[in-house]
Each structure stands twice: as C-alpha cells, then as structure tokens.
Design a protein around this ligand. Structure first.
Ligand code: PLP
Length: 393
C-alpha cells in the first residue's frame, strides 16, 4: 500500500491524538437528541446521567479503580492543579513539596508559583535526573520529610517518553504518611495501570492524549484521601468539582478508555515495532544522531532524537514541507531559542538539545509512513547541516 500524495504523516501524538471514529460515534447523540442535564430530576436528564455513570465505570476499569474514585475535569492541567492544591489545603502546616525537574508545565509552573498562588511560602524540592532522564532514588528518599505535603512525579515524560518508578515512589511516600500524586497524562492507555494495587493517592489524565476529545480530563482520588475541591459550585462529581458536566466529551473519554483497555497489548506492540524501526533507522542512517531518554524504560510510542548541529525548528519546517508532523525540544521564547527544560535537566549538550525532534506515534500510523520518514530525514538533516556554521562533517 503506498501513501496518497497529499497524506499528512502525523507523528505528534504526545501533543494530541486523533479522536477515534468509535469515540466520535459514541459522542454524537449527546449533541443532538440526548441533550439533557445529568443533574435534572426527569427521565430525560436521567438517561444522560446514566451515560456519565457508564463513562465513569469505563475509565475506572482502565485504571483498575472504582467508579467513585473518578472525577471528571476539563483537562490534565486542571486535574494536576486540583490534586496539588488540595493537598496543600488539606495539610496547611506542611510547607514542602517534592517534584522533578522534568515535569510538564502543568505541574512545573504550578510548583514554581506556589507562593503567589497560595499566599504561603513553600520549599519545593525538584529531583534531578541523569543523562538518561532517570531519577536518583537515594535523593528521593532523602528529600521525604515530615513537613512534605505532597509528592508529584509524572508517570511518563511527554518529551522523552521516559517512564518513572511511581509505584515504588508512592510506596515510599505512603510509608511516611505523605500524599503521592502522579501526572499520568502520557501514560494512560500506553502502559498497563492497576491503581488498586498501588499507593498512588491522586492521578491526572487527559482525554485528548488517548483518542478522546480535547477539553476533558480525570482526577483519580483514592478512596479515603481527603480532598478540597478546586472548583466549588454545584454538587456535581460527588461535590468534588462544581459545574455542569461536559457530557459528550465524558462519554467519548469513557469509550476511548474502553477501547484502550480492550486493545492495549495488541496496539502497543504494533506501535512499538514501528517506533523501533523508525528509531533504529534514523540512528543508523544519520551520523551524529542520539537518542534522548532511557532505552527501555520508555513509552512504546515515543522516540526523541537529537540531530547535532542543526536547529529543531529548521528541521520541523523541512519536515512540514514533506507533510510530516512532529515536535521539537526547543521552544522559541522571548526571541531566544531555549532548549527544553527536560533536555537541559538531562545534561544533553547544547549542540544536541537544539536539534532534538520528538516523534510520537499512534495506532493510526503505518509501516508505509515509517518508510517515508526514513527516506526523507537523512536528506533533510544533510541539507541543513551543509548550511550550519557548526557542522564540520
Ligand atoms: N501533563 C502532561 C505530561 C502532558 O503531556 C500534558 C499535555 O501535553 C498535560 C499534562 C496537560 O494536559 P491538558 O492539555 O489536558 O491540560
């Protein structure tokens, strides 16, 4: 099977994913005939409440949780904020937070601004990572203190795909009576999760990373965990989040979780095989290219590769001309090209951090697309290097 001449090759699934056709089909009635408010007393509203309940059960099944532990939110960012701020309000006397240097801005920027947000002074320990993006568990153990209100460590990194030992970290926090939150936005649907067996108190996920729509998320709150709502208002979500539910998106998220639970093993091994072919092909064909992140403790869909002595933005523009969509690890801020905080934390050299590209695949990619990218990339990098004042190849 060959690619259509105008085909878009989408390899940016850690940014967002395509809504699965089955998900869209499940959502449609909730925009048209089933438009009732789930809080209404009448049967019409009751049908919609039933659909929200079904979605809650579908999400719970994927996570190995109970439906009452699932709270629907507007996105992953809201879920992260709700978890961390709830812990700080629950334990106002505890003024220490532990997180890592590689968190998504949803957690990173919140933790950097805790004093401005809460009006109280906090000490934040940001755990270091090594060159492969892995944490030092001895540093973590030492950081756990009596006045630690919460530990927030992502399950998997959005840029490198590195998977963190949150099971063990949560166990260590629990032994000391400290709350543990994980941003699992990139992990859910890509690796098996069974919260019933774990000491994780709160977990954030986001619909649009697993083939559900944008604008819906979940905060898992383990039974028995004290919780102070982030959004106060009506009695929705068992009083944990006021506001009329985004019903169609919640239904879509439920369906996406059901699909992920049914097909995770099969789909992820196919995605991983494609990712490995792409990764090995690029690293072999292109000199001075390096993998960022641990070789094996990594999501099956993510490959972050640095092409030394070229700018990520320039690579992306050339890829875009070939209709290949990916992301770079550098962001253009205030006129300067700053490499990502994740790659900087890993100590990736300047010349490599600037030329990093994240390929993130999904089940909708094909072997033909991988072959196309492998055919185009060497020329793209070669032509850019010829223009680079730093390239001495
Ligand atoms: N956390 C991680 C690890 C992410 O990758 C993202 C999105 O990129 C978020 C949080 C934020 O999720 P949302 O876009 O639903 O707010």
């Amino acid at each position: 099977m060959s690619l259509a001449p105008d085909a878009v090759i989408y390899m940016d699934n850690n940014a967002t994913t395509r809504v699965a056709p089955e998900v869209l089909a499940a959502m449609m009635p909730y925009f048209s005939e089933l438009y009732g408010n789930p809080s209404s007393m009448h049967t019409f509203g009751g049908q919609v409440a039933e659909a929200v309940h079904t979605a809650r059960c579908q999400v719970a099944a994927l996570l190995g949780a109970d439906p009452e532990e699932i709270t629907f939110t507007s996105c992953g960012t809201e879920s992260d904020s709700a978890a961390i701020l709830s812990a700080l309000r629950t334990y106002p006397e505890k003024r220490h937070v532990i997180t890592t240097r590689v968190e998504h801005p949803a957690v990173k920027n919140l933790c950097e601004n805790l004093t401005a947000i809460t009006g109280h002074k906090y000490r934040v320990t940001r755990l270091k990572v090594d060159a492969e993006g892995m944490l030092d568990m001895a540093e973590y153990e030492e950081a756990l203190r009596e006045d630690t209100a919460i530990v927030s460590v992502m399950w998997a990194n959005n840029e490198t795909g590195v998977i963190y030992p949150v099971e063990e970290m949560a166990r260590m926090a629990r032994q000391r009576g400290i709350l543990f939150h994980t941003d699992a936005v990139q992990a859910v649907g890509k690796i098996p999760i069974n919260l019933r067996q774990l000491d994780i108190d709160m977990l954030a996920l986001s619909g649009h990373k697993l083939h559900a729509p944008k604008g819906v998320g979940v905060l898992y709150i383990k039974r028995g965990t004290l919780f102070v709502p982030f959004m106060t208002g009506g009695h929705q979500e068992h009083g944990r989040r006021g506001g009329t539910e985004n019903v169609a998106s919640i239904v879509g998220l439920g369906k996406a979780c059901e699909l992920a639970a049914a097909k995770m093993d099969e789909e992820n091994s196919r995605v991983k095989a494609m990712r490995d072919t792409l990764e090995e092909g690029l690293l072999t064909a292109i000199p001075k290219s390096l993998l960022n992140g641990h070789k094996t403790s990594r999501l099956p869909n993510t490959a972050n590769i640095s092409f030394e002595f070229v700018e990520g933005e320039a690579i992306l523009l050339h890829m875009n001309q070939q209709r290949i969509c990916a992301s770079s690890g550098s962001a253009c801020t205030s006129g300067s090209l700053e490499p990502s905080h994740v790659l900087r934390a890993m100590g990736v050299p300047f010349t490599a951090a600037h030329g990093s590209i994240r390929f993130s695949l999904s089940v909708y990619n094909s072997e033909e697309e991988i072959a196309f990218v492998l055919e185009k990339m060497p020329n793209i990098i070669d032509s850019l290097r010829k223009m680079s004042p730093f390239w001495k190849g």
